[in-house]
Design a protein around this ligand. Sequence first.
Ligand SMILES: [Zn+2]
Length: 326
Amino acid sequence: MSSTTHYSDLGLVNTRDMFKNAMEGRYAVPAYNFNNMEQLQGIIIGCVESRSPVILQVSGSARKYANQTFLKYMARGAVEMASELGADIPIALHLDHGDSFELAQSCIDSGFSSVMLDGSHHPFKENAQLTRQVVEYAHARDVTVEGELGVLAGIEDEVSHDVSHFTQPEEVKDFLEKTGVDSLAISIGTSHGAYKFKVKPGEEVPPLRFDILDEIAKKTPGFPIVLHGASTVVPEYVAMINRYGGKMENAVGNPEDQLRKAAGSAVCKINIDSDGRLAVTAVIRKIFAENPSEFDPRKYLGPAREELIKMVIHKNENVLGSAGKA
Ligand SMILES: [Zn+2]
């Protein structure tokens, strides 16, 4: 392979048709983050078994962790494994929270089919300019681009904010026209990480702002909306982690029924990172606690992968509605 790789050579697709189908079918495409082989396999097997399209997602730091060249072949391997398992599901490789033109460009040149430029921490004008620059480079190569308006609270690989600023619906149309993005991440009450909300035990998580989502959908009918920080922070995994020596206090997420409702609206992509991390950590903690003499990585990474497969199938069937759509 030459130093520049187009995603189509890896068997990947961009997100355009995925979102068109999701909008028409009133479901959301899952975007699962991964860092290693077992996570990637778990995601692919789960999506093949539930016949779901999938967006494989990495942050800039996750790309560095895996090595950008290695990552390219992992994506290629994922496509071929899906095919061998009997389902050529649509698979996109997406940069999560790209923070510069150079990073987006580097990802596009190494086989990504979709990139996010997150300029949401900049003022509107700078955000639009930077996003536009990425869109021009990406669209010339048939790569799709996700922008962001509004700020999510919480901590993720590349981003950390104390407070959220909900997306202003009146800014959306202008931003889409100025940038030409293919999808837009908005802030309506989801939050990054496992410690999303400062709620006391028994207290309810603040509901998502469906009024803002509805207003945006009304102003830009048919335009694909993205929800970040949309892990439910599966309580069973948090309990398992705490039971087997972990310490995760007040880790809560948005309830499944709210996300399911969002998936049936203009929301076409739902990002899930924390829940995958929790599944893997919970299983490994349990095995380490119960079998302290175990030292074969396959004996704990294997079951972690199995749990991830179960989680992905559950999400696709019950939260995203994407099962059976590929
Ligand atoms: Zn995010």
